[in-house]
Design a protein around this ligand. Structure first.
Ligand SMILES: Cc1cc2nc3c(=O)[nH]c(=O)nc-3n(C[C@H](O)[C@H](O)[C@H](O)COP(=O)(O)OP(=O)(O)OC[C@H]3O[C@@H](n4cnc5c(N)ncnc54)[C@H](O)[C@@H]3O)c2cc1C
Length: 661
């Protein structure tokens, strides 16, 4: 059985709630805690502060009893207020170690022990597209390339000499980011602005443009360059200051083309949103163009390196060794990069499928009639435009809205298109948090962004950081959930469709999905509130329910978590501190003294922690700001905190499109 340790660091106010498998070592220096006890791998929990001993205590299962042992610490351990050197632990016990008050709870069912969800499709390594033939389990188990070598895989800390004996190309760098997508780009951008030279950074990933993966997902889910995204005007991945915002830039471009009315409309929109005008959102094409400009300015191409990261190991000199592969079908090409400061930004590893639809696909091997909205399914619209037909949509978030809009566009070319929207249950009322209540229309729940705006930088951000673990989960549930943006065009389409009868909403729980002899799909549902089955026939089913970022769907993250026994948060993602550090991956040289390596994680792989909007442009910028600030406080090489005149000077450089240094 696993246990959850929850505490608030009284110095920083920060909450942590890792779920761990005993034996669990508690202490200040990772390397001073044992890696195994009685042959079992130890979860090593790093607690900061001089009053915490290097190896302070140990929690173990002994004949079915949970035991705590003080391993000779200087300042001792209190259990429920009483000093203990060895005692039995129970659910709800309070452990006091220096300034840490740690509550222990037994976990009967955690994400670490749950069987892997089968309803996922991983992104294929060579094509980077969702691969229907590839189940996540086959991805994780297969090491077709026989890389990294076993001696590397098995080590907890590896030395430079051991790496040299492997005879593979090895490079050294100060700062390294893994993923080379938007999260990486934003971190690198901030590092460059904060004084780091391009030859001190490597961005390791599969696509040379930071937005390739994101753009592909946008295109698949029917957001072409001229369509608008779901983010704020000042969420600018190319500009850490957020000014000039996208609305201002768009208004300027319109005005230069003589479109003064459009320009004024855009300005009015950002001034009056969301009460008197619809919330402004930028066009995806404008966002990509702005990133291209900034990538050129910060010399992204010089820092980018092609490679898929296989695994990471700590090094005895305090750095990290990153094993990566550049192999193609015909050529084996592997190497290592040694870095001291590492950021992990690997985004979504898989798309999530509803289990009944996944079952249909697995049984029938038909990947064309039942699709996920994040897969390429343009042929469906082409086919519908030619011959008409019926489509079932599943899910009622922002992607479902966009799919609906795309089907409406197809319907302008062929009026023989019918849309069935299958929802689990009616939605009469919107979620309420304090005085704020979301509006609902036709069972769609509205919120301009996927989180209330003040989750990014306002009151709600602070509230979540300060919340205890139970309250944090509740808050995330209340603020998030499935919502779509209130846009007049979408609302009009739904109303028009309902009125004219070509769009219908049905409520029910799916019992099964089967093929018909005519090559269509037959969905059997139990109707909501009725004890009767209903059958829905359709030519296509589009699942718009989402993407998945649980760490066990990404082989590299899975390796990291299992090898170092890293805690996961209650949503099964990486457990990070308020500054996005993976504290348990902190590294120091073998003497245990001085500054060693630091590792951070950002994006969807950290959802469920101290920050709600982790998977958004502004959220990635926030994560970059706090992690770089943390590095600046450690006086890492060439890094300057971005404040005052230095910030203003850098902003002028951005305006003039000059390299940051
Ligand atoms: C359709 C869609 C629309 C969105 N719209 C908005 C919006 O309007 N506004 C907003 O704020 N947010 C939006 N988001 C959310 C978020 O901003 C994006 O998902 C963003 O791309 C997240 O950045 P990331 O770096 O975490 O992931 P990505 O940009 O996807 O980058 C991750 C990269 O890591 C690579 N990678 C994975 N594993 C490895 C490995 N082992 N080795 C090397 N590389 C690896 C992947 O190939 C990928 O290129 C949207 C998301 C989606 C899916």
């Amino acid at each position: 059985m696993q246990i959850r340790l929850s505490w608030q660091n009284l110095e920083t106010g920060e909450w942590r709630t890792p779920v761990l498998t005993p034996p669990i070592a508690l202490g200040r220096v990772f390397e001073r805690m044992p890696s195994t006890v009685n042959g079992e791998r130890v979860s090593r929990l790093v607690l900061n502060g001089e009053r915490v001993s290097r190896f302070h205590g140990l929690i173990t299962w002994e004949n079915g009893t949970l035991m705590l042992t003080d391993t000779g610490s200087r300042n001792g351990i209190l259990v429920n207020g009483i000093p203990q050197t060895r005692c039995v632990l129970q659910d709800g016990d309070l452990l006091q170690i220096a300034h840490y008050n740690i509550t222990l709870s037994l976990v009967t069912n955690s994400f670490n022990t749950l069987p892997q969800n089968q309803s996922q499709i991983s992104f294929s390594p060579p094509t980077k597209l969702p691969d229907t033939d590839l189940s996540s389990s086959t991805v994780s188990s297969a090491n077709r390339e026989n890389f990294p070598p076993q001696s590397f895989v098995n080590s907890l800390q590896i030395s430079v000499q051991q790496l040299q004996t492997l005879g593979l190309p090895t490079d050294e760098i100060d700062y390294l980011t893994i993923g080379a997508g938007l999260g990486s780009f934003i971190w690198v951008d901030l590092l460059r602005i904060s004084g780091i030279k391009s030859n001190q950074i490597i961005a390791l990933g599969i696509d040379n443009k930071p937005y390739t993966h994101y753009q592909q997902l946008c295109l698949n889910s029917q957001i072409p360059p001229q369509e608008r995204l779901r983010s704020n005007s000042d969420s600018c991945p190319d500009n850490i200051w957020g000014w000039p915002s996208y609305a201002l830039r768009e208004a300027y471009t319109e005005a230069r083309q003589g479109q003064f009315l459009t320009a004024l409309k855009l300005l009015w929109q950002v001034f009056a949103e969301p009460t008197f005008a619809e919330t402004y959102t930028p066009r995806s094409g404008d966002v990509f163009n702005s990133i291209d400009r900034e990538a050129h300015r910060i010399q992204w191409s010089q820092m980018y390196r092609y490679g898929r990261v296989k695994s990471i190991r700590k090094m005895t000199d305090g750095r990290y060794a990153i094993a990566y592969s550049r192999s193609t079908e015909n050529r084996r090409d592997h190497g290592f990069i040694l870095a001291r400061y590492v950021q992990i930004a690997t985004g979504y590893p898989a798309i999530q499928f509803l289990p009944d639809l996944q079952a249909y696909r697995e049984q029938t091997k038909d990947f064309k009639t039942v699709v996920n909205a994040y897969e390429n399914h343009d042929y469906i619209y082409e086919k519908l435009e030619q011959s008409g037909g019926t489509v079932i949509i599943r899910g009622r978030g922002i992607v479902a809205s966009r799919i609906l809009q795309r089907l409406y566009e197809a319907r302008q070319k062929n009026s023989q298109i019918q849309i069935l929207h299958l929802m689990r249950s009616p939605k009469a009322q919107g979620n309420q948090f304090e005085k704020a209540k979301r509006t609902v229309e036709n069972h769609f729940e509205f919120q301009p962004f996927n989180w209330p705006k003040s989750c990014w930088g306002g009151d709600l951000r602070q509230q979540l950081e300060a919340a205890n673990p139970q309250a944090r989960l509740k808050l995330l549930e209340q603020w998030g959930g499935t919502t779509t943006a209130p846009r007049k065009d979408w609302q009009n389409i739904v109303n028009q469709g309902l009125r004219q009868g070509w769009y219908r909403i049905t409520f029910g729980t799916v019992e099964r999905v089967e093929p018909t002899p005519q090559g269509r799909t037959l969905t059997t549902i139990r109707e909501h509130g009725l004890n009767a089955n209903l059958q829905l026939e359709a030519d296509f089913i589009i699942d718009a329910t989402g993407l998945d970022a649980k760490v066990n769907t990404n082989p590299f993250l899975n390796d990291l978590v299992t090898h170092y026994n890293l805690p996961l948060n209650t949503l099964g993602r990486l457990s990070v501190a308020n500054d996005f550090e993976l504290v348990e991956m902190r590294n120091s040289n073998s003497s245990g003294e001085g500054f060693g390596g630091r590792m951070y994680a950002v994006g969807a792989i950290t959802l469920g922690g101290p920050y709600a909007a982790v998977d958004s442009f502004l959220g990635l910028q926030y994560a970059a700001l706090v992690s770089v600030e943390n590095l600046a406080s450690l006086s890492t090489p060439s890094l300057r905190k971005l404040t005052g005149w230095h910030s203003l000077w850098q902003w002028f450089k951005w305006v003039n499109n000059q390299p940051p240094n």
